[in-house]
Design a protein around this ligand. Sequence first.
Ligand code: ATP
Length: 360
Amino acid sequence: MEGSVRLDEVVMRFGDFTAIETTSLTIESGEFFSFLGPSGCGKTTLLNIVSGFLVPSQGQVHIGGEPMAGVPVNRRPTAMIFQNLALFPLMTVFENIEFGLEVRGVDKKARREVSERLLALVALEGSGPKRVTELSGGQKQRVAIARALAVEPRVLLLDEPLSALDLKLRQHMRAELKTIQRKTGITFIYITHDQGEALTMSDRVAVMSAGRIQQVADPMTLYRSPATGFVAAFVGETNRLEARLIDREGKRIRLDGGVLGELAGCAGEGVELGNGERVALYVRPEHLKPVSADAAGPRLEGDVEAVHFEGASVMLETRLSASGETLRVQLGHEVSRQYADSLTVGQRMTFGYDPADAVV
Ligand code: ATP
């Protein structure tokens, strides 16, 4: 059975409160797919609808092309890894991994074969006889993965499984999870509020806000062509500047103060924007670079208010002369060395950018 997941016009209400607005989406078999969004946006609710812990108020879920209405949690081709892992602390690693198989009546020899194979997959060979309490956080994480895989799910649902780990280990486990996913070919549905996690591991990401999917795209597209201001601000860092529309030509927009930008993907060609209309321009700190005050193209001028040395780069905070807004500018190693003399508080600087990198 293949592991695609399809949501057809799924809605979830809790009393009067709508936690999930009408959502339709197909996750391909073998895809590493993440739901990314702030706390309370409905990620866990969506995952619980796929796993069967929640029955949607409206709409249909199909897994592997089969309708899931009326199919209980334990009959679905899914397994779940929770934030707290929910391992049995007093049992051994073997017993934890084999638990689901034992419940299904698989004999001991066959069970052990499966757990040995999975321990090798998660790089924990030889740890089978250990008790869970003897393991480190990262090792427990791997046992939880092995246990979930033991029942041969077509879809693995992961609810912020790395959030309890320290930064180093979390980064290591990201790579590990991605490798395991690739090796097994199982569909992974991952939920997180951490954009770094979502961007590094996923084939595609759905960015959510307040029960609504804002954009579904591969990580690079999300970053380069955010469909909404919410996505621009949530995925990576961005400056939000207020401006008034002067005129537009296709997607290219001219704003007051000689500022240029491009209409966001979601806005598209059909949007009616009248001259003089107030809009927001999003431009990322790393897309700004120092230019001379009379340079061609869009220019933003301001006084440096703070200089933060961040190792590989320098972050400037600049107060824009025209609007008083704060502009954050990230300069890479080469550029910050070239402009070393100007990188002091009180300096007036002008920054330019490629209009294609600015989203209106
Ligand atoms: P977090 O990252 O904090 O877990 P989340 O994005 O997973 O957040 P959900 O747990 O899906 O968010 O919750 C979405 C919204 O639905 C929240 O406002 C929450 O309070 C509400 N909610 C979730 N479950 C229930 C429930 N059983 N009854 C009532 N409201 C609920």
